[in-house]
Design a protein around this ligand. Structure first.
Ligand SMILES: Cc1cc2nc3c(=O)[nH]c(=O)nc-3n(C[C@H](O)[C@H](O)[C@H](O)COP(=O)(O)O)c2cc1C
Length: 412
C-alpha cells in the first residue's frame, strides 16, 4: 500500500520545468456551467475549488470554446477576448490556494455540435454523420482557408487569455471527434488542399494550432494535448497515425500528451468500444507503444478505478499521469484517499436507464455525470445513486431550453 501511495504522490517535472504536485489529474469534464451567452460563472469557481481541495494535482477544465458561433453544448464557456478575466482569475486563484494546477482545455467542436444550437456547423469536409447520429447532428459545411486560419488564431488568443488569468497551462482538445480530431481523420477530412490528402497535411492543422498557442504563451508555459489513440471507426484515425502525430508534436515541444480514444459515433473513451477493458485502463497498451518512441510525459485517461491498477501503470514506466474523469464526478476527494494509499469510497458503475438504445449513447452517461458536477457547483454533494432516467429527462429539458435561449440571445 505504501509504495502505491508513494508513486501517485511523486511530483512530475515537465520538460519546460513546471511541476505537477502529484500524478493524479482530473481529465476535462464539460461542465456546461457558463451563462447562456457563454460567460464564466461563480459556479465554476466553486466547483474547481471543491476539486482542488480533493488533492488532485492537475485539474483540466472542461472544453472551453473559442468562437460563440461554434458551441458544442449550451452553457459552454467561450473565450474570444479578456471580458471574463476577473472570474477566470478567481478560478485559478482558488485552485492554486490548495496547491493544485489548473489547465484550460481549448476546443472547437467542428461538426460535432447538436442540431439547432449553432446557425451552421463547419468541418474540414462536408461529410455527414453516420445514420444513427443524423437525428442529432447536421451535415457540416466545408471550411474555407481563411476560416481555418481564423480558427487557428482563436486557439492562440484563448491560450493567451487564460495565461493572463493565472492558469498554469493549456490543453488542446485533439480527441473525441471534435474539430482537431476531424482534421486528423481520413474519414472526416477529404480535402485536397494543404490541409488534407496525406497524413502530413491532415496533421498540419494541429501543428499550426500548437504553434499559435506557443506564440501566445511563450516557451515556459505548459501546452498539452488530448489525443485519440484511434477513432475506432472504419477508415478513421489509426494508432499508426496517432503515434506519428504524437512524434511530430513532441518534436516541436508539447509538454504533456493525454491519451484517450473514440468519438460520439464510437465512444471508446467511455469504455464502450475497446477490447482492452480487462486491463482497467482502456488505452494503456497504446501508451506502452508510444513510450518506446518518445520521452514526453504521458497521461492516460479512461477506466482507471483502483489504486492497484494506477500503481501498476505508473510502476510499469509506460505513463506518468493517471487521468480520472467519472470517479471525480461522484467523489471529488477521491485523490486524497488514493494519495493516502486507500481505495476510493465510491466505484464508477454503468449508468443505465434500462433502455438499450439510450444506454448505448455516450451522451446519456455524460448527462448523468454533468448533474453531479452541477450539484457540486452549488455546494451540494454528488448523488452516486441518482436515477439515470430522471437525469436524462431533466437534462434533455435543460439542454432544449438552453439551445432556445442561446439562439434567442444570438438573434437579439
Ligand atoms: C460529464 C463528462 C464530460 C466530459 N467532457 C469532456 C470534455 O469536455 N473534454 C474531454 O476531452 N473529455 C471529456 N469527457 C471525457 C473524459 O475526460 C474522460 O476521457 C472519460 O470520462 C474517460 O475517463 P474515466 O473512465 O475516468 O471517466 C467527459 C466525460 C464526462 C463523463
Amino acid at each position: 500500500m505504501a509504495s502505491a501511495a508513494h508513486l501517485l504522490a511523486q511530483p512530475l517535472t515537465l520538460p519546460n520545468g513546471s511541476v505537477l504536485p502529484n500524478r493524479l489529474a482530473k481529465s476535462a469534464l464539460s461542465e456546461t456551467l457558463g451563462t447562456m451567452d457563454n460567460r464564466v460563472t461563480p459556479a465554476l469557481v466553486r466547483l474547481y475549488e471543491r476539486w482542488a481541495k480533493g488533492g488532485t494535482g492537475l485539474l483540466i477544465t472542461g472544453n472551453i470554446m473559442i468562437d460563440r458561433r461554434a458551441l458544442g453544448e449550451p452553457g459552454n464557456v467561450v473565450i474570444e477576448d479578456d471580458r471574463d478575466l476577473p472570474l477566470l482569475k478567481a478560478m485559478a486563484e482558488g485552485v492554486a490556494s490548495h496547491g493544485s494546477k489548473l489547465w484550460a482545455q481549448i476546443n472547437h467542436p467542428g461538426k460535432q455540435s447538436p442540431k439547432g444550437l449553432n446557425r451552421e456547423n463547419v468541418s474540414p469536409s462536408a461529410i455527414p454523420f453516420g445514420k444513427q447520429m443524423q437525428a442529432f447532428f447536421t451535415t457540416p459545411r466545408e471550411l474555407t482557408d481563411v476560416e481555418i486560419l481564423d480558427i487557428i488564431a482563436r486557439f492562440g488568443r484563448a491560450a493567451g487569455v487564460v495565461k493572463q488569468a493565472g492558469f498554469h497551462g493549456v490543453q488542446i482538445h485533439g480527441a473525441h471527434g471534435y474539430l482537431v480530431s476531424q482534421f486528423l481523420s481520413p474519414k472526416h477530412n477529404i480535402r485536397t488542399d494543404a490541409w488534407g490528402g496525406t497524413p502530413e497535411n491532415r496533421r498540419r492543422f494541429v501543428l499550426a494550432v500548437y504553434q499559435a498557442m506557443r506564440d501566445a504563451v511563450g516557451p515556459d508555459f505548459p501546452i498539452g494535448i488530448k489525443l485519440n489513440s484511434a477513432d475506432f471507426q472504419r477508415g478513421g484515425f489509426t494508432e499508426e497515425e496517432s503515434l506519428a502525430t504524437i512524434q511530430a508534436l513532441a518534436a516541436v515541444g508539447i509538454d504533456l500528451v493525454e491519451i484517450s480514444g473514440g468519438t460520439y459515433e464510437a465512444p471508446a473513451m467511455a469504455g464502450k468500444k475497446t477490447s482492452t477493458v480487462e486491463r482497467e485502463a482502456y488505452f494503456l497498451e497504446f501508451a506502452e507503444k508510444v513510450r518506446q518512441h518518445i520521452t514526453t510525459p504521458l497521461m492516460v485517461t479512461g477506466g482507471f478505478r483502483t489504486l492497484t491498477a494506477m500503481n501498476a501503470a505508473l510502476g510499469s514506466g509506460a505513463m506518468d499521469v493517471v487521468g480520472l474523469g467519472r470517479p471525480l464526478c461522484i467523489e471529488p476527494d477521491a485523490s486524497k484517499r488514493l494519495l493516502a494509499g486507500e481505495e476510493t469510497r465510491h466505484r464508477v458503475k454503468m449508468i443505465s436507464t434500462g433502455i438499450k438504445q439510450i444506454d448505448d449513447m455516450a451522451l446519456m452517461e455524460v448527462m448523468w455525470y454533468v448533474r453531479q458536477l452541477h450539484r457540486m457547483s452549488r455546494g451540494e454533494e454528488p448523488k452516486p445513486k441518482e436515477s439515470a432516467l430522471w437525469s436524462l429527462l431533466t437534462n434533455m429539458l435543460t439542454n432544449m431550453r438552453g439551445t432556445l435561449k442561446t439562439r434567442r440571445l444570438r438573434a437579439s
